[in-house]
Write a protein that binds this ligand. Structure first.
Ligand SMILES: [Zn+2]
Length: 241
């Protein structure tokens, strides 16, 4: 699993508040990023307002996330619809956001049709196959998943994602490393990458920050570290012409 591109952590704005993936940065008219602790808690209105100002966008749409596999269309107009992903052709000026503080945020973009997706991949949603579901949606509109650009943001890494013995029955061995007391460490980023590859995504189109929200960088919120209620935001959207 060593051929994936590690995102060169390029931070923007005066305080390094946002991390960008290089492949998505190269797409004209596409706005994306992963906020850090320095950007503030996305549940705080000041934070979302500042994010809109910094990105030049008009609106941030978020979900009522439930650790399931429901993917909401970007044309959805309900406020905070229940689901764990966005998919579709972005409405100009709108950022589609996923809130996380350990769960894995995944952004996808098809450069040909300009369709995008943002997924909240905690272990529950990942095992419920939200990633293959999103790839099915891209395929349903004729997208060749081999063209997709994918970026994995900061998440609880294999160094820190301790899970119970029951995971041995739920997850392929290759994604588990034994820990003390019959427990395991789950490699969620590799599990997600495996699902992307199985769905036809090209290995060199998958970028990963490789940053662990718990241990590698104190600039992330981590629910597991301290039960923090704050959330970071991973976002993607298209600018108006
Ligand atoms: Zn870690």
């Amino acid at each position: 699993m060593s051929h994936f591109k590690k995102i060169h952590v390029k931070r923007s704005f005066e305080d390094g508040a946002i991390i960008h993936a290089s492949s998505l940065s190269g797409q004209i008219g596409l706005i994306h990023g992963f906020t850090t602790r320095n950007a503030g808690n996305i549940l705080d209105e000041n934070t979302s307002s500042r994010l809109l100002r910094q990105t030049g966008m008009q609106e941030l749409r978020l979900l009522t996330q439930v650790h399931g596999k429901e993917i909401i269309r970007t044309s959805e107009m309900r406020h905070l619809p229940e689901g764990d992903g966005w998919f579709g052709e972005g409405v100009a000026g709108v950022l589609y956001g996923i809130k996380t503080a350990d769960c894995l945020p995944l952004l996808l973009f098809d450069p040909i049709t300009k369709h995008l997706a943002a997924l909240h991949c905690g272990w529950r949603s990942t095992l419920a196959e939200i990633v293959p579901s999103a790839l099915d949606l891209f395929q349903s509109i004729g997208v060749n998943t081999g063209n997709l650009l994918c970026a994995i943001g900061p998440a609880l890494g294999p160094c820190c994602f301790e899970v119970g013995a029951e995971f041995e029955k739920m997850v392929d061995d290759s994604y588990l490393k034994p820990a003390d007391g019959g427990k395991f460490y789950l490699d969620l980023p590799s599990l997600v990458k495996g699902q992307l590859l199985n769905g036809g995504v090209a290995e060199d189109s998958i970028e990963d920050t490789g940053l662990c929200t718990l241990c590698e960088d104190s600039s992330f919120f981590s629910h597991r570290r301290s039960g923090e209620k704050e959330r970071m935001c991973s976002f993607i959207g298209v600018r108006g012409e």
